[in-house]
Design a protein around this ligand. Structure first.
Ligand code: ADP
Ligand code: MG
Length: 744
């Protein structure tokens, strides 16, 4: 497709050139003919020799000029194959000799006339052979020009030897009867060679490289009518002689022009083209550029420069460094040497200079300047740093947004480096914010002892993907946390992955609550089962009680009566304890009632004292009889007191004289009543005191760690509090404080 198009264009161009060549050819023919008539009529009769010499020397002059151009341009990179140059040098020499002998034709000196024509024909044959050879190898690289010159001189000498000294081998072209048929035949042969050359060159017409083929073509084309002229006359007096010579001059002229065009004009064209190309490139570059020449004047300004400073190229080009500072005004620091000056004098600091200029609208533009020495001047690159600042602003904004999100978040870039994170993230991992930024994910993994392989994988840039992973981290201070990581891939406008956004959720609490819930459910189940069992037991107790009463009734034995009585009263006690238990274990809503505080405690007296737990413990009760009413759920308060008493008794397991002191009192100022439960048990360390009350914290083999937690919750619901005073090895005092009701 493309090829076809190219061929069409070529054909088009070819046709144009062919028409151009034909027109030029006809015009040249016509003008030459007119000129020839004039020369023939005005000068030929006067001095044939002079006219002929003039015409010949004119073509010789151009032949030699052609040779000289090729000779002198030989060393340049793009040079014409010098067959053309040396060929025309030989031709010119032969022409000169032909001219020298020409006078004998006028004098009818047969031998010398023959010589003249021999040189003439030799020149013509060499000419067409040169052109034919050249048409085969126009671009062939040249060798050493001096060797070529030597070979040429040897060839010329040889030709002279053949034609001048050793005439035996040369046929004669001029006899007493004038020009011989052989000469005419040879001229036709030359025409054929010229036509062959034209045919060979027809494909090169479009090429403009090296040699201008169009002019070369015209030159060769003109050889044909010129040669035809030389076949048309018998006597050398004919007008065809003049016309042929004039056409020959024209042919040489076009050859000269072809070589001149290519060797002299072509480089300039090329240079212009290259310059244009260079400035096109510089104009397309998105960096403002201007250059100074050796006279310190601006000689180039690119489009981006125009765009940035809003000054037209025209208003800047041609200004020197001083003048430009008047146009492109600088903000601050006016007394420094200009940049081209500094570069030319090899002063330091010509790179990365930050300056502020005023553009044509007096708007400040902050730029980063780099000046470079280049051949024949100075190049100055100006970078608009506003864009860079904008990017920085964007980063700051992103950081602000991150910080305002109350979820731990961080961003890693495609190198696996953490480029942003918010303070919540820093808090979660308990690492300083500044230390996290610039860390890579590998270091973070190590720091947090993140051993989850999947996390390692997802943090590796090639594996970036959207997803969610649960894992455990350990902060540098040793806190273990259950976290859930959600990842989202960040993409650029080309849909390429450039980073990963990571949002973290601390699920430790959720996990904890889950475990607690499971335990609580277990307990509730146990409670329910316990309640059922106790209920069943009570049925049997009723039977036992009934039977013991029956025994009392039917026996006369006092001892048996006494035993039965004991069974009866103990059964009552068991029944009461069971009732209490049932009351406690029944899950129920808090029902607040007005209750006399001391009454409540005294009613518990027997429960506490008779509790099987208390077997060895000496229990004393000191109640304050200044009664106060509290708003409470009696059962729940009882549960709290029993729980604390139970703990106290348990703490005195290994004590020889366990003592439990329960006392009540009130604080009128704060309107609170309190109950103190004091033991002389093993006591608690500070660390344990801190932890008690958290669910499942226990130091006992069979403990649940739920007792105190329940107590705290209940007292909290009563708007009260629990205070603890404990010393290891001495004992513990729990004080339950509850606000009482104002009498009013
Ligand atoms: P549990 O009794 O099942 O262990 P608690 O919540 O009732 O659970 O008690 C929690 C922990 O508090 C106990 O394991 C014990 O170490 C400590 N504790 C509570 N009361 C006392 C006390 N009077 N003396 C010493 N330690 C106590
Ligand atoms: Mg307990």
């Amino acid at each position: 497709m493309l090829n076809n198009k190219y061929e069409v264009i070529c054909k088009d161009v070819n046709q144009k050139i062919i028409i151009n060549i034909i027109v030029t050819f006809i015009i040249v023919l016509f003008i030459s003919f007119i000129l020839s008539i004039v020369i023939y009529n005005k000068f030929w009769a006067l001095d044939k020799e002079l006219v002929h010499m003039t015409l010949e020397l004119l073509s010789v002059f151009m032949g030699v000029s052609t040779f000289l151009i090729i000779w002198n341009r030989h060393s340049s990179e793009e040079s014409i194959n010098f067959i053309l140059g040396f060929g025309y040098l030989i031709v010119s020499v032969m022409d000169v000799v032909h001219t020298y002998f020409y006078k004998y034709i006028i004098l009818h000196d047969v031998a010398n006339s023959d010589a003249s024509l021999k040189y003439w024909l030799l020149a013509r044959i060499i000419e067409v052979l040169t052109l034919l050879m050249f048409s085969y190898l126009p671009y062939k690289k040249n060798g050493n020009k001096y060797i070529a010159m030597f070979k040429t001189l040897v060839l010329i000498s040889f030709l002279f030897y053949i034609l001048q000294i050793n005439k035996r081998f040369t046929p004669s072209f001029y006899t007493v009867n004038g020009i011989t048929l052989l000469k005419i035949i040879l001229e036709y042969f030359i025409i054929i060679l010229a036509a062959l050359t034209l045919y060979k060159l027809k494909n090169n017409l479009v090429t403009k490289q090296l040699i201008n083929f169009k002019f070369l073509y015209i030159s060769i084309l003109l050889i044909i009518p010129s040669e035809v002229c030389f076949t048309l006359f018998k006597s050398p007096d004919s007008i065809w002689v003049v016309f042929g010579h004039v056409l020959k001059i024209c042919s040489y002229y076009y050859l000269y022009k072809a070589v001149f065009q290519s060797l002299i004009n072509y480089p300039y064209d090329q240079l212009n083209e290259n310059n244009q190309r260079l400035s096109d490139i510089l104009n397309a570059i998105p960096i403002p550029i201007h250059t100074y020449n050796l006279n310190n004047k601006v000689d180039f300004v690119n489009n981006k420069f125009e765009e940035l400073f809003k000054y037209s190229k025209k208003s800047i080009i041609g200004l020197n460094d001083y003048e430009i500072s008047k146009v492109l005004r600088k903000v601050g620091n006016n007394y420094e040497n200009s940049l081209p000056y500094r570069v030319n004098n090899n002063e330091e600091e010509t790179q990365n200079i930050i300056r502020t200029y005023l553009d044509s609208h007096n708007k400040e533009i902050k730029v980063l300047i780099n000046a470079h020495k280049i051949k024949g001047g100075v190049l100055i690159l100006t970078n608009d740093i506003k864009q860079e600042q904008q990017i920085e602003n964007l980063n700051l904004q992103a950081q602000t947004i991150l910080n305002s999100i109350s979820v731990p978040t961080m961003i890693i870039d495609y190198n696996g480096e953490i480029i942003a994170c918010n303070s919540y993230f820093a808090d979660l991992v308990e690492v300083d914010y500044k230390d996290i930024i610039k860390m890579n994910t590998y270091e973070l993994n190590n720091l947090l002892k993140l051993n989850n392989n999947e996390v390692h994988q997802i943090f590796t840039p090639i594996n970036f993907r959207d997803g969610r992973i649960d894992c455990v981290i350990e902060t540098p201070s040793g806190n273990k946390k259950n976290i859930q990581i959600s990842t989202s891939v960040i993409k650029n406008i080309y849909n390429e992955r450039i980073g990963l956004m990571i949002v973290v959720q601390d699920v430790s609490k959720v996990k904890e609550n889950q475990i607690k819930l499971i335990n609580q459910e277990k307990l509730a189940l146990l409670g329910q089962m316990g309640a059922t069992i106790v209920h069943e037991t009570r049925n049997f107790l009723t039977t036992i009680k009934g039977n013991s009463q029956l025994i009392q009734l039917y026996t006369d034995n006092d001892r048996i009566k006494g035993f039965a009585n004991k069974i009866n009263s103990d059964t009552d006690e068991v029944n009461r304890i069971i009732s209490d238990f049932l009351n406690l274990s029944k899950p129920r809503e808090t029902e607040l009632e007005e209750v006399a505080f001391n009454d409540l405690i005294s009613s518990m007296k027997s429960t506490i004292k008779t509790s099987s737990l208390m077997s060895k413990v000496q229990v004393s009760l000191e109640l304050d009889y200044d009664e106060r009413y509290i708003l409470c759920d009696e059962t729940q308060i009882k549960q709290v007191i029993l729980n604390i008493c139970k703990n106290a008794v348990e703490s005195m397991e290994n004590v020889s004289n366990p003592k439990l002191l329960i006392s009540t009192g009130l604080n009128e100022q704060s309107k609170e009543v309190y109950i103190k439960i004091e033991d002389n048990g093993k006591g608690m360390s500070e660390a344990i005191i801190k932890k008690i009350g958290t669910p499942f914290f226990t130091t006992k083999k069979t403990g649940t760690g739920l007792g105190l937690n329940a107590c705290y919750q209940i007292i909290k619901e009563h708007k009260g509090r629990i205070e603890i005073d404990s010393k290891v090895g001495i004992g513990t005092t729990f004080t339950i404080i509850i606000p009482y009701l104002d009498e009013d």
